[in-house]
Design a protein around this ligand. Structure first.
Ligand code: ADP
Ligand code: ZN
Length: 308
């Protein structure tokens, strides 16, 4: 089987890769600037990688919000995003024009990462689980019955409202909601609250109890709504041990023993885990989206032949 091409579109960088698995992956990293400047570079990197190893499908895992409805006239276009220049940008047409014969899979970075974790990481054999990234923003990918959830757009659970921590006076960072969960927990919010970059704060800094509490509220709600079998957490902030400790405690306390499978404290070590694929979850997720696009196309062509 020939390898796949994978594009992870992030707020600060874009990873363009070719390969077939975690131990077979060549990645080219491109800094994210205005799309008119950045996307031609992405296309160029893809062409160059394709010269070394021809690929059979393309997977894209992108930051959102982005239109994921294949029947929509604006499929693959970014929706209203605070990221300067990206609102309305169409990332799919240049790809379909350059590779008209290849299947192309598109999903959010977090749905992609969730599928990557299912194939190679911390969600193997699970059918319903959540992947949460806490970094520059807060994204939630939700897989239910083995399929990523889309619906109206795609889940935006990072923007749920949370109860304020009594020691937190910070007003919040979200341009739409101010003090939603993302607005109080993401890296830029931590920097604004403490005056220091999140990665420089010591593990006993009071900020971690505050952010852990907000994430614990999010995880509790995700558990109650989705009945997830596991919550995997990635991103610069989410992979910080101090955050996960607090989040497990709050989630346990808020569930109050109501969910039988999660009655005791020790269950939360496995229930809420750091993402296994670390900072490669997104690009490996894009690779998995490519594989799924190809297998869907093969299934469709078999059905088409059988129905003739
Ligand atoms: P992105 O969200 O752009 O994909 P990251 O997931 O790396 O990238 O998130 C970047 C954010 O994470 C920044 O706000 C940074 O301050 C914060 N961050 C990076 N490393 C750490 C760390 N070790 N602990 C806590 N926060 C961190
Ligand atoms: Zn918000």
């Amino acid at each position: 089987m020939s390898p796949f091409a994978a594009i992870e579109v992030g707020g600060t960088k874009i990873n363009v890769a070719i390969g077939s698995a975690p131990d077979d992956l060549t990645i080219v990293r491109i800094p994210t600037r205005a799309p008119e400047e950045t996307w031609p570079e992405v296309m160029h990197a893809l062409t160059d990688l394709g010269k070394t190893r021809p690929f059979s499908a393309i997977g894209i895992a992108s930051f959102g919000p982005i239109d994921l409805n294949p029947d929509s006239a604006t499929y693959g276009h970014f929706r209203k995003t605070p990221k300067p220049g990206w609102t309305g940008f169409d990332l799919i047409t240049p790809l379909t024009a350059a590779y008209p014969d290849l299947p192309i899979g598109l999903d959010t970075d977090v749905n992609g990462a969730a599928l990557g974790e299912r194939r190679w990481g911390g969600a193997k054999d699970l059918d319903t689980f959540v992947y949460v990234t806490v970094g520059t923003g807060l994204g939630v990918g939700l897989v239910v019955g083995e399929e990523p959830v889309h619906g109206l757009l795609h889940p935006e659970a990072g923007h749920i409202r949370v109860r304020r921590h009594p020691q937190d006076t910070y007003s919040g960072h979200c341009p739409f909601h101010g003090d939603c969960c993302e607005g109080l927990s993401c890296g830029p919010a931590i920097e604004a609250r403490t005056g220091q970059k999140a990665e420089t704060l010591p593990p006993d800094h009071p900020n971690w109890a505050i952010v852990g509490d907000y994430l614990g509220q999010l995880f509790c709600n995700l558990t109650l709504i989705t009945s997830a079998q596991r919550i995997l957490v990635g991103g610069g902030v989410g992979l910080n041990d101090a955050v996960l400790r607090g989040a497990r405690q709050t989630c346990h306390a808020l569930l109050g023993g109501y969910i039988e499978a999660l009655e005791t404290n020790d269950k939360f070590e496995t229930y809420i885990q750091a993402a296994h694929l670390g900072d490669r979850a997104g690009v490996l997720g894009a690779l998995e989206l490519a594989r799924r696009a190809l297998s869907l196309e093969s299934e469709n062509s078999v059905q088409h032949r059988c129905s003739k």
